[in-house]
Design a protein around this ligand. Structure first.
Ligand code: GTP
Ligand code: MG
Length: 452
């Protein structure tokens, strides 16, 4: 019955997997977009969110998802980065998820971040299915645009089929090494005991009907009880981005993972200096099937229920931090909610030392990713902060003892004009890039050069 969809929470589906295995492309195919093509360095470096309504799911899935069989309003997909530096964003994506798609390139098989993703899913107890992606690259493949996978398999040569089977059985073996029993999804009876493997192509759309069918079936069958709780309670969310919007000033892109938020609600948000207490001026919802990271047109709404991506406009959000919690106060004591937000923020901090480099990044997630990448490269950090490069950062960097540490590494941030004046004096060197590993490589090359 569709009347229930008013009270059921949209399941959150995290898409996890190794870099370049096709997570963003898979979502692009489902929502009919081209987000992957616009990404710097062709890698995902932020968490994204897209609400896909039931009717889109059933359109894509054809006979495999009949809308009348489902009470769920749709699915909220969370895209995560596969590059190794972004373990925090993967964990956060995993922690938000009710269910996950583990994307594995059939040719490439299990890779380090596939294993890391599995560990996250184990730790959080998140049920998942495996999308064995890029089946179209099998030698001799005869593409069947958008068809269910079994229909496509019927059209393949014996040779192509057995080549693909070989890769798929290898995948099933790798899952078994990790302690999971799995099988081709059409042979799985109980998806709680056995992981379903769905062969797909994000390029041709083959197998995507099956993937959506299995996801919807799993959500409806095993998670309906969990989805029926407390959507009317105070909203809980995570800030994805802090963005300037014309006419609104600083706004927040948020994934609301529990409860409800209304225009006019008092909220507490994690800020650079202290928690921000403010009142929601407007709630702006991305259109269905739009990635909140790239959406340009939003609908103004009075309330938003979990799970959803939503842009929040409110006064005093300039110091809000991406990656920080957002809480609706509701009828609770505001001080209690402030303490909750402080406790959650304390869990995500970068360790700094007496001597080292200065790091600035656009979000808490990317700051942590930078810190991880620098730790791996054995580069100590003197100061790590979210925000644009300010004169104070140049002053701090100039206090480093070692010349190789008199630097600022900036990821996806701007240089404030008065900070540029300070940099022009030449004592402190700035490295900036919008791809983390390139930024670290550039710095390492500079250090090598210096020591030569
Ligand atoms: P990160 O977010 O950086 O971890 O990568 P990703 O997993 O999101 O991979 P992405 O979707 O950006 O795809 C990586 C590359 O693989 C792109 O060049 C895609 O066009 C290509 N690709 C993805 N899926 C398929 C597929 O099914 N078939 C083929 N032939 N190419 C694919
Ligand atoms: Mg991606």
């Amino acid at each position: 019955s569709t009347s229930q969809s008013d009270t059921l929470r949209t399941p959150i589906v995290a898409v996890l997997g190794h870099v370049d295995h096709g997570k963003t492309s898979l979502l692009d195919k489902i929502r009919g977009s081209a987000v992957s093509e616009g990404e710097a360095g062709a890698i995902t470096q932020h968490i994204g969110a897209t609400a896909v309504p039931l009717d889109t799911v059933s359109q894509m899935a054809g006979s495999l998802v009949k809308p009348e069989d489902f009470d769920l309003p749709g699915l909220l997909f969370i895209d995560t980065p596969g590059h190794h530096s972004f373990s925090t964003l993967r964990s956060r994506g995993g922690a938000l998820a009710d269910i996950a798609i583990l994307v594995v390139d059939v040719n490439d098989g299990f890779q380090p971040q596939t294993e890391e993703a599995i560990d996250i899913l184990k730790r959080t107890g998140t049920p998942f299915i495996v999308a064995a992606n890029k089946v179209d690259t099998t030698p001799g493949w005869n593409p069947q645009q958008g068809e269910p996978i079994q229909k496509s398999l019927e059209k393949q040569s014996k040779r192509a089929k057995s080549k693909l089977d070989e890769s798929l059985y290898q995948l099933i073996g790798e899952l078994s090494d990790k302690g999971f029993s799995s099988d081709f999804y059409w042979r799985v009876q109980n998806f709680q005991k056995n992981i379903g493997v769905v062969p797909v192509s994000a390029l041709t759309g083959e197998g995507i009907p099956d993937l959506l069918g299995v996801l919807m079936g799993l959500s409806q069958r095993y998670m309906k009880d969990e989805m029926a709780i407390d959507v009317a309670g105070p909203g809980y969310g995570t800030v994805l981005e802090v963005k300037e919007e014309r006419g609104f000033g600083a706004t927040l892109d948020v994934v609301l993972y529990d409860g409800t938020i209304h225009a006019g609600d008092t909220i507490v948000v994690g800020g650079a200096n202290e928690p921000i207490v403010t009142e929601v001026r407007a709630l702006l919802q991305p259109r269905p099937n739009a990635e909140i990271r790239t959406e340009k047109r939003f609908d103004k709404v009075d309330e938003v229920r979990a799970a959803a991506g939503v842009k929040i406009a409110a006064p005093d959000l300039e110091d809000a931090m991406a990656g920080a919690p957002v809480r609706v106060v509701g009828d609770r004591d505001v001080d209690e909610v402030i303490r909750e937000v402080e406790a959650e923020l304390a869990d995500i901090e970068v360790t700094t030392e007496e001597e080292g480099v200065v790091v600035k990044a656009d979000t808490l997630g990317s700051l942590e990713a930078m810190a991880n990448a620098l730790q791996e490269a054995e580069v100590p950090i003197l100061r790590a902060e979210v925000g644009d490069i300010a004169p104070r950062d140049v002053a701090v960097a100039s206090t480093a003892r070692e010349p190789e540490h008199k630097v600022i590494l900036g990821f996806n941030v701007d240089v404030l004009s008065n900070a540029q004046d300070e940099l022009d004096k030449g004592e402190v060197k700035l490295f900036d890039d919008d791809v983390i590993y390139q930024l670290v490589e550039e710095y390492e090359e500079f250090v090598d050069e210096m020591k030569r």
